[in-house]
Design a protein. Structure first.
Length: 567
């Protein structure tokens, strides 16, 4: 070793994200780790003949971003070139969706599937004009009579198909959705082509199986996009038998095998933490336990690059589909006293408690998808009961989404060292829509960052891609501003947090969720050199401008994996 650095950064704001959120102005990297942080004078002697010196030019150096809930394979499957982009603003109406499908049908051999992702009724002109107007198969039949079409909504909780897809899937008026699922029908009892929650499986299972090669293409596509966003770590939140029929099979256990192959081939340009997915949205405790016990997870060749760290459980659905488990029902009704599969509160509480207990006793970290306040209280109580019955050091269980986190649950989470993973870019996307379902007061409170942090809860942030584009810059802006995408109106100003707090949710606290805060997540000597460089000073820029700050450089373990100047 020469004693010189491989990389040196100078002339900018270095956000260390250490306990004091110290701002330095220079940093050095050697052999993949950070060797010096401070002023320019602290790194000058480390510059040798082969050292690359990066002039930040007044920009910002911060830890590599950790999107702590991102469906990596699914996002790749759901993005061009493998699927149509139907998100706003790419489409603004049902007519726009139909036109995109028509163009795809012209270039696709007859009989082959056309898939797309991202449509959101809150941004479709026809639905906005008439709230009773829903997408249906007839909208697609005219433009694609010879191709089965399957279009996943922005949230992953609703699927829209045409008549050809219904025929291939064998779905008709006599088809019955699994518990908790919905097949929307017309006034004659015929399927309209819209499926919600577990009902989606009736049509999604008809998609051709994903080959390992297609999965690899999808993950490579995701990795390339993440490099350009400064994201160096993410959690793949659910791979296993419970995902065999979800998102076209992108969440199945076979995807984990593809990740292992990419790791072995040196192609995994992000650190990936994985939650196992033993069973799906409508699982019973007994089915969950059998599935979890049957999963065999080989040791990773490089646990710092690919690591299975926990188990995912579903407790409810999502607010816009009226399936979040709430103490008080939606405006106009929906998911108050009854929830998944028509189970009573008492039945569902017992099922969730048993699933959490089984996963905890098996030694896993447990992440539970739960959005409604009644469901959150149930899940957090289950965490506390499981750890009381069988204590073990620092299990780090956490609530996934936690839209309507209650004060009672916050207190319990903080007391036990549990966490919550929130989604600021979803807040930005649906803030206006939510007012129609839960009312202005509850919509403003949704994702209560300020209250959770003040209560002492460890909070992490994520995109839930492909639900939203994984742009952490928009996430930061949303946490600071609480403004909506559609109208720009402020939704819950009392839940705004400061820049340092927001950055922590994507860096050191996300590393905590990964059990990795000792070696990543902040810019401190001895930690891995996972870095993100922004053009401009994040400390002084108007928060409205944060989403437009270019990512200039991304470094993973000391290796430059994205350089905007070379592209």
């Amino acid at each position: 070793m020469s004693g010189f650095a491989d990389l040196v950064f100078v002339n900018g704001s270095v956000l260390t994200v250490d306990p004091d959120f110290t701002v330095a102005h220079a940093l050095a990297v050697a052999d993949g780790v950070i060797t010096a942080v401070g002023a320019r004078a602290d790194v000058e002697d480390l510059v040798g003949p082969d050292t690359r010196v990066v002039d930040l030019d007044g920009g910002t150096l911060l830890p590599g971003i950790n999107d702590s809930h991102l469906h990596g394979c699914a996002w790749g499957i759901c993005s061009p070139p493998l699927a149509l982009d139907l998100g706003h603003p790419a489409v603004r109406s049902i007519a726009d969706v139909a036109e995109a499908v028509r163009l795809a049908a012209e270039r696709t051999p007859a009989g082959q599937w056309i898939t797309g992702v991202g449509w959101d009724p809150g941004y479709l002109a026809e639905c906005a004009a008439d709230p009773t107007r829903l997408p249906d198969r007839h909208d697609l039949d005219a433009v694609s009579p010879d191709h089965p079409v399957l279009l996943l909504d922005f949230s992953g909780h609703a699927t829209w198909v045409n008549s050809a897809a219904l025929a291939v899937a064998g779905v008709d008026r006599d088809s019955v959705a699994p518990p908790g699922g919905v097949v929307v029908t017309d006034d004659r009892g015929e399927p309209t082509g819209l499926f919600q929650e577990g009902g989606q499986v009736l049509v999604q299972q008809a998609l051709p199986p994903l080959t390992p090669e297609v999965r690899a293409v999808a993950i490579r596509s995701t990795l390339a996009k993440l490099r350009g966003l400064g994201i160096t770590s993410y959690t793949e939140p659910g791979l296993g038998p419970g995902g065999d029929r979800m998102m076209g099979g992108a969440l199945s256990g076979e995807t984990l095998d593809v990740y292992r192959r990419l790791l072995a081939d040196g192609e995994l340009t992000a650190r990936v933490s994985v939650l196992l997915l033993p069973s799906g949205m409508s699982s019973t405790a007994s089915g969950f336990a059998r599935a979890l016990d049957g999963i065999d997870v080989p040791d990773s060749e490089d646990p710092r690059r690919l690591n299975v760290i926990g188990v995912k459980i579903f407790a409810d659905g999502i607010p816009p589909n009226r399936t979040a488990w709430m103490h008080e029902a939606y405006l106009g009704g929906g998911c108050g006293a009854l929830c998944v599969g028509g189970a009573t509160d008492e039945d569902r509480v017992a099922e969730i408690a048993e699933m959490v207990r089984h996963a905890h006793d098996a030694g896993h970290q447990v992440g539970v998808h739960v959005t409604g306040d009644r469901g959150i209280d149930t899940v957090v109580d289950a965490f506390a009961a499981a750890t009381a019955a069988r204590p073990r050091p620092d299990p780090r269980h956490y609530v996934i989404h936690g839209d309507f986190l209650t004060a009672r649950s916050m207190k319990t989470l903080a007391e036990h060292g549990f966490g919550v993973n929130m989604n600021p870019t979803i807040k930005w996307t649906i803030a206006d829509l939510e007012e129609e379902f839960v009312g202005p007061e509850r919509a403003a409170y949704e994702w209560p960052y300020r209250d959770a942090l003040d209560a002492g809860v460890r909070v992490t942030s994520s995109s839930d891609a492909p639900v939203t584009f994984p742009d952490w810059r928009q996430g930061i802006a949303t946490m600071l501003l609480r403004e909506s995408k559609a109208s720009g109106r402020v939704s819950g100003p009392g839940q705004r947090i400061a820049l340092a707090e927001a950055v922590r949710t994507y860096t050191i606290d996300a590393a905590w969720q990964d059990f990795a805060e000792q070696w990543k997540g902040s810019l401190e000597v001895g930690k891995v050199a996972d870095l993100c460089v922004l053009a401009g000073d994040l400390l002084t820029v108007d928060p409205h401008a944060i989403p437009d700050m270019p990512v200039m450089l991304t470094v993973l373990g000391g290796e430059v994996v994205h350089d905007a100047r070379d592209e």
